[in-house]
Write a protein that binds this ligand. Sequence first.
Ligand code: ZN
Length: 81
Amino acid sequence: MRKNVKLAIKYNNTSVNYDQCGICGCSMEADIPLGLFLCDTHDLVCHKCGKEHAPELVILLDYFNANIKELWSDYEKEGAK
Ligand SMILES: [Zn+2]
């Protein structure tokens, strides 16, 4: 079961901040600007299901979304060199 579920981090272009998880169907707050999706779809996946099927992606997603300002700032400094 676990091996059949493929998840992917993608840009979350939806204008809706709340959606239903594509796996368990729970109501969830969408992650912005990057979200966790079922691979090859735009069905959002909640963190609970994400941790079950792809914990590394959830950690990466949380880290990025929580530190986006610093990460962009570092990235822009690098680019200016
Ligand atoms: Zn779920």
